[in-house]
Design a protein around this ligand. Structure first.
Ligand SMILES: Nc1ncnc2c1ncn2[C@@H]1O[C@H](COP(=O)(O)OP(=O)(O)OP(=O)(O)O)[C@@H](O)[C@H]1O
Length: 588
């Protein structure tokens, strides 16, 4: 059991845990021996010459002092190791989460992650802080008592040994069932936690559609399963606790009866009998603890298994030797990719030339966002190659790739800080002047001017105090501050008022200056202004060219354009140019 705990915690904690184990063993040996010395002390005190007890009393006192001297630093070291271990595990979990591919983050896993980083880490912290010491006490103290008993009466010693074996066998028999129940409970707890996160996130949608009651269904099911698993744990655990308690108490009664019988028989003196009873009580106490301890150890082992499972989850492989982008063009060469086996891209090949703006258009669900995520290497393609600056992104270390690419998502996440804090995320070591300059270029100064508190105004959790267009402007300011040669932009689809629309267009124009921009374009104006348009359909680039070329070709794009312009209130003039008729926002 101890070996399993050691191997699960890894070599970093091997030495610290071995040292702790050594301390606890010495403390348990001293304590066990001190209890055994009670027998000669009592024998001499109750005998004819009490003075002969002195050497034993002195030895007993020395043992207790030695025990206290070892026990105090050992207990402190246990707590310290527990605290270190928790810090270490939090760091490892945090590092791992930062490397996991985005596909890993399903609601269930996100729910489980919270429990892993809180409850499970605390469970493991308890190993050096409490469990290891109890474990050693449970095994070493009875062992010393049984061995010492052979010096006084072999019949009592054998009875104790038999009782110890009976407890060990019963403990193993019930242990497995408990462990399985505990694992099942963990899975169900994670599921319930995931459902709660999902339920909370879905509140705006559920309320908008008056479905608050229906929304409960999945959560109710998960909570009912959690309740049932708690009862299952109790059912699996109760026989174990009752059985082990029964065996321990029965051992004590048998030893008591045996001692009394031997004392009445005259083959055991009064001192030995009292000593035997004290030792028997001392023997039974840790055995009783075993029942509780067993549960705690299984919980800790399951916690270790869960954390190890997370830590060995495959991340996207990093190259041993990194290559740097040579230029700022992007190329997708025969790229195929699907989520959970459903193909989204089927051999897509396209080029995004350096220093130009390329617009990616296509029907909803065509895979436009997926293209951006593959370029930023959130996932690796199932087949084909993505090259940035002529280099396969798999041959670049993450920091080298992210140093040349900025991504501006449609659904921008802002941290619960000030406007300035959020812009600074783009380059944390930027000077205040640089942060203000980027923010002004992206027209974030308008937002600061509008909000009480100005630049220091809090944006709320996730940016809830700002509109979609405003959040995206802050994200553009981040990209301007980061100042990478390549920008991947998923244009906001939200209908914006004229001021917001104008400010956002200015921000995008500033960003596009002298940079390679690939934009998922939703606004007709952006599409028209692009140097190149790639039309994505059926997982491949159906058409590529400029606006005029593609209109002249009268294919997918021309159809798409006609539909979108009609919807937005644009009309085609004789010279194939578009005049805006009525749409106040120009959104498509
Ligand atoms: N994390 C995911 N897991 C499973 N399927 C996904 C995931 N992300 C996207 N998809 C699916 O992949 C397909 C392409 O999605 P993607 O978001 O790339 O399309 P899009 O062209 O950007 O669509 P839109 O214009 O509506 O944003 C869609 O069918 C979508 O349902």
């Amino acid at each position: 059991m101890i070996r399993r705990l050691f191997s699960a915690l890894g070599s970093e904690y091997d030495r610290a845990l071995r040292r702790l184990l050594g301390w606890f063993t010495v403390a348990a040996l001293l304590q066990g021996t001190a209890f055994v010395l009670l027998v000669p002390v009592l024998r001499e005190l109750l005998g004819g010459e009490p003075d002969r007890a002195w050497p034993w009393v002195i030895a007993l006192a020395a043992l207790w002092i030695g025990y206290a001297a070892v026990n105090y630093p050992a207990t402190l070291a246990g707590y310290r190791t527990g605290a270190d271990l928790s810090r270490y595990l939090h760091h490892r979990i945090g590092d791992k989460v930062a490397q996991l591919p985005l596909a890993w983050f399903t609601p269930d896993r996100v729910g489980g992650l919270g429990r892993l980083a809180s409850q499970r880490v605390v469970d493991i912290m308890g190993v050096p802080a409490h469990l290891l010491r109890q474990l050693v006490d449970t095994f070493v103290t009875p062992l010393v008592v049984v061995l010492a008993m052979f010096l006084f009466d072999w019949r009592v010693a054998v009875s104790m040994a038999v009782a110890a074996v009976a407890v060990a066998v019963a403990y193993r028999a019930v242990g497995r069932g408990m462990q399985a129940a505990d694992r099942n409970a963990d899975r169900i707890h994670a599921d319930a936690a995931g459902r709660i996160v999902e339920f909370a996130r879905a509140q705006p949608v559920l309320r908008a559609f008056g479905r608050t009651v229906d929304g409960h269904a999945a959560l109710d099911e998960a909570l009912t399963a959690q309740h049932a698993s708690g009862r299952g744990m109790l059912r699996a655990g109760m026989p174990a606790l009752v059985g082990l308690g029964f065996i321990a108490q029965a051992s004590f009664i048998v030893l008591l009866a045996l001692g009394t019988y031997l004392a009445l028989d005259g083959s055991l003196g009064t001192a030995e009998l009292i000593g035997l009873l004290v030792l028997a009580a001392r023997f039974v106490e840790p055995v009783m603890l075993t029942a509780e301890l067993g549960g705690a150890i299984r919980v800790a082992e399951n916690a270790l298994t869960e954390i190890n499972t997370l830590l060995v989850t495959e991340t996207l492989p990093e190259p041993q030797v990194t290559r740097r982008a040579n230029g700022a063009d992007i190329e997708l060469d025969g790229v195929s990719f699907g989520y959970d086996g459903d193909a989204v891209l089927k051999g897509l090949s396209m080029r995004v030339p350096q220093g130009r703006m390329t617009a990616l258009v296509g029907p909803s669900g065509a895979g436009k966002t997926t293209v951006i995520k593959l370029i930023a290497r959130f996932f690796d393609p199932d087949a084909g190659t993505v090259r940035v600056g002529g280099v396969d992104v798999r041959e670049m270390r993450t920091e080298d790739l992210t140093s040349v690419i900025s991504v501006v998502f449609q659904d921008v996440y802002l941290f619960d800080g000030t406007i300035l804090d959020n812009v600074r995320v783009g380059r944390p070591d930027a000077t205040d002047e640089e942060v203000y300059a980027a923010a002004r270029t992206a027209r974030v100064d308008d937002i600061a001017g509008r909000l009480p508190g100005g630049w220091e105004a809090p944006v709320g959790e996730g940016g809830s105090r700002l509109s979609g267009g405003e959040r995206q402007r802050i994200s553009i300011a981040r990209a301007l501050l980061k100042d990478t040669p390549i920008v991947l932009l998923d244009e906001a689809t939200a209908a914006l008022d004229a001021d917001n629309e104008h400010a956002l267009r200015q921000a995008v124009a500033a960003l596009a200056r002298e940079r390679t921009v690939l934009t998922i374009a939703h606004r007709l104006q952006t599409i028209r202004d692009a140097d190149q348009i790639v039309v994505l359909a059926d997982g491949a680039a159906a058409e590529t060219g400029t606006h005029d070329e593609l209109l002249a070709a009268d294919g997918h794009y021309a159809r798409y354009w006609r539909e979108r312009s009609r919807a937005a209130g644009w009309r085609l003039t004789r010279r194939d140019t578009f005049l805006r008729q009525s749409s106040p926002t120009g959104t498509a």
